[in-house]
Design a binder for this molecule. Structure first.
Ligand code: ADP
Ligand code: ADP
Length: 226
């Protein structure tokens, strides 16, 4: 089963920026996949389309076989998103944030509270469950975003530049958590402009530049070429 199938995806923004010029991409279930590219390449646009925050101009996207056009709700149920910017209520506690998120996906409150223990422990935030988010360190806030994205138990976790601007120690600890999540069977796609990050984590990689996929291969094969 493919976690993601993208074919001939195009996006032209209003000001006539051709952000995606027809990309094809397949990510197999269980993969840890990097979408690598410089600023402006089209990474955020791609993720925006996958998560239905950006309308595509043309092309097809399937998430675990569900077409975004005809089966949007089923597709969305499979996706957990970790956006680039902190977008939680800073005054809520860690546990409130993750439990409320599950509520948006229709998870029963009692189940959500039980489940929050699993994901807050997995991201090393359980001790902080009653702390308002504004009092967390930057690294903890990033981990909170990961725990929150897992609360409806998506089969595909998508992270947009998960470690942009964080120091190397925090980056390494986030990598460890992401690897554990991947080992538990969740497919992961992340965007990054650090080759080092892709290299440390990912099995397969696509390189995007100016709205085109210019390389799509295994990490091993890519490193052999460099
Ligand atoms: P990233 O950090 O992912 O490269 P950007 O800094 O390019 O993202 O963009 C940040 C936000 O501004 C995004 O929501 C993007 O959609 C929007 N944006 C980027 N470029 C433009 C543009 N030329 N016109 C309008 N909005 C833009
Ligand atoms: P990346 O995430 O790789 O930095 P983006 O997907 O943010 O790239 O941007 C791809 C291109 O689309 C850039 O030229 C950017 O300026 C443009 N763009 C992004 N968002 C918008 C928007 N909302 N309106 C117009 N142009 C945009």
């Amino acid at each position: 089963m493919n976690a993601l199938e993208i074919s001939q995806l195009k996006k032209v923004y209003k000001g006539q920026v051709e952000a995606l010029k027809g990309i094809d991409l397949t990510v197999v279930e269980g993969d840890f996949f990097a979408l690598l590219g410089p600023n402006g390449a089209g990474k955020s646009t791609t993720i925006g389309i996958l998560t239905a925050l950006v309308n595509k101009t043309s092309g097809q996207v399937k998430v675990f076989g569900h077409d975004l056009d005809s089966e949007l709700e089923l597709a969305k149920a499979h996706i957990g998103l970790v956006p680039q910017e902190f977008n939680f209520n800073q005054f809520e506690t860690v546990q409130q944030i993750v439990v409320n998120q599950a509520g948006y996906y229709g998870v029963e409150r009692k189940v959500a509270i039980e489940r929050s223990e699993t994901y807050l422990k997995q991201t090393d935030l359980w001790e902080k469950r009653n702390t308002p988010a504004r009092n967390l360190s930057g690294g903890m806030k990033r981990r909170l975003m990961i725990a929150r994205a897992m609360m409806h138990q998506p089969k595909l976790l998508i992270l947009d530049e998960p470690t942009a601007g964080v120091d190397i120690e925090i980056r390494r600890s986030m990598w460890k958590f992401l690897q554990e999540i991947n080992q538990s069977g969740v497919t992961i796609i992340l965007t990054t402009h650090y080759l080092e990050e892709a290299e440390s984590l990912c099995r397969n990689i696509a390189i995007i530049d100016q709205g085109l996929i210019i390389e799509n291969t295994s990490m091993k094969a890519l490193l052999g070429k460099l």
